[in-house]
Design a protein around this ligand. Structure first.
Ligand SMILES: [Zn+2]
Length: 238
C-alpha cells in the first residue's frame, strides 16, 4: 500500500476502488499518532500498518472514525489503538454489530433494503470468508466536538452536516491546515443516491468557514479548498 506525505506531519494512504477501501489518514504527533478511519477489514489495517512502519512511523495510538459506513469502520476490531467515534456513528454500528454475516442473511438484508447492492458486493469481495466480519463500536464515544492533543499538534473532531450520512465527522488539523472530510461531499447511497441540497449547502457554509489548505476525501485524491468548494458548487447546480 502506498503512503503519501501531505504535509510535515500528515500522511494518507491511497484509496482502492476494487474492494472499496477508502483513504486512511495519519497525523504524527510528538506523543501520539492519530489514524483517520479504521479501514474496511483486518487486511486493510495490516497493509496500512506495514506502510506506516516502512515510513519509520509508529502504529496509530488513536483512531477517529468519520462515519459508520462499512468501508470506514469494519477494520476497527483489528486495530491496536484506542478508537473514537461520535454517538450517532456508534448507535448505527451497535445496530450493525447484531447483523449475521451469512449469504442468506445478507440476501435478506438486500430484499428488505436494509443493505445496498454496492456495499453487499464490495463486502463479499473484501471478505471471501464472511464469518471473518466482526463489527464493533468504538472504545470512546463522544457527543459534539472533541480535541485530541497529539503532542505539538492538535486534531479537532467536529460533527458536520452532510447529504451522505447523518453521522459525519470531519477531522481538522489546524496547524497543518488539513481537513479530513471522509465521504461528506457525496450522495446518500442508503436513500437511492439522494442528494439533499439543503444539507449540501450547510456543508458548503461549514467548509467555507474552516481555515485549511488541503482537504482529504474518502474516495478521491486530496483537493485544495477552492477545488472542494467548486465541486460542492457544481453539485448544487446539478
Ligand atoms: Zn460513506
Amino acid at each position: 500500500m502506498e503512503l503519501r506525505q501531505l504535509t510535515d506531519r500528515v500522511f494518507y494512504s491511497l484509496h482502492n476502488k476494487e474492494v472499496d477501501r477508502p483513504v486512511l489518514g495519519y497525523i504524527n504527533g510528538r506523543k501520539y499518532s492519530l489514524m483517520v478511519d479504521s479501514g474496511n477489514s483486518k487486511r486493510h489495517v495490516q497493509l496500512f500498518n506495514e506502510a506506516i512502519i516502512n515510513e519509520g512511523l509508529r502504529k496509530p495510538d488513536f483512531i477517529a472514525i468519520t462515519h459508520w459506513h462499512w468501508d470506514h469502520s469494519f477494520g476497527m476490531n483489528a486495530i491496536e489503538g484506542i478508537t473514537f467515534a461520535n454517538k450517532k456513528t456508534n448507535e448505527k454500528l451497535a445496530e450493525i454489530a447484531k447483523w449475521k454475516w451469512t449469504d442468506s442473511e445478507m440476501k435478506k438484508r438486500l430484499e428488505t433494503k436494509l443493505e445496498i447492492e454496492f456495499a453487499d458486493s464490495s463486502i463479499r469481495k473484501e471478505y471471501p470468508v464472511l464469518s471473518e466480519i466482526l463489527v464493533t463500536t468504538s472504545d470512546i464515544s463522544y457527543n459534539g466536538t472533541m480535541e485530541i492533543d497529539l503532542g505539538g499538534i492538535v486534531a479537532e473532531l467536529h460533527p458536520i452536516v452532510s447529504p451522505h450520512s447523518e453521522d459525519c465527522t470531519c477531522i481538522f488539523v489546524p496547524q497543518e491546515r488539513v481537513l479530513f472530510i471522509g465521504d461528506a461531499v457525496g450522495v446518500d447511497y442508503y436513500n437511492n443516491c439522494y442528494l439533499d441540497k439543503s444539507k449540501l449547502n450547510s456543508l458548503l457554509i461549514a467548509i467555507e468557514g474552516i481555515d485549511f489548505d488541503i482537504c482529504v476525501m474518502g474516495h478521491a485524491d486530496p483537493a485544495s479548498k477552492l477545488d472542494i468548494l467548486n465541486i460542492i458548487g457544481s453539485l448544487l447546480d446539478r
